[in-house]
Design a protein around this ligand. Sequence first.
Ligand code: UTP
Length: 235
Amino acid sequence: MTSIVAALGGSLLRPEIENKHLWLDDLISIIRDRVVMGDRLGLVIGGGAPAREGIDLARPLINDDYHLDKIGIAATRLNATIIREAISEAGISVSGIIPSSVNEAVQLLEEKPVVVMGGTIPGHTTDAVAIRFAIAASAKKCIIATNVDRVYDEDPRLNPDTKAHDYLNHEELQKIVGPPEHKKAGQSSVVDPIGVFEASKAKLELNILDGRISNTLRRAMEGSEFDGTVISSER
Ligand code: UTP
């Protein structure tokens, strides 16, 4: 039995394609196949569009990022609910509630093969939650499924000539994402720097990949070679 935790960026849930539900269909098929193989899956869902929209709406009225973070967390829990309900409807055994802490999530994963959650408390993003969940559940690795195909030295939208990485160690990744501090509510880098710091201490393998490509996500979930960046302390 293998335990895997994946952070699924909120943007994946609302793809800019006509049949928006197709990504969710593929995700359910991947989850079903892993559960049939006896794996345990922790899925931590990001806030995406509703988080950005809610935080932008409230920002002129609310000064303190702690309170804006709570709006972001509510959006992550909305997205987690969409995914949990869809998994349950597909007849896959999934925990009945969206846990609000990592400890609760770890306990639920002992009872059910799939646990879906969102954010927990202000001060970080769902990447950091997924990394903590993976460490606490002694998971094999933590997948960070986002909307870029690899880790680059710089944002490739700003510098198209920037270098892409297939392998990095945690220290190299930390240099790229910056020191372990919480950015403003709703702002993010390729992986949460607080999460990277904790993964580094725990020597937890991270797989960073483009979650829009279902086959890439499937391959990382099943432990095959995949298109993306592997972060390992063994480099
Ligand atoms: P996300 O995890 O979605 O952040 O949380 P993100 O990296 O900006 O977006 P994705 O990965 O593309 O979806 C959205 C916001 O919710 C708050 C933060 O303000 C974060 O930016 N949040 C989330 C928390 O404060 N704590 C949490 O545990 C999770």
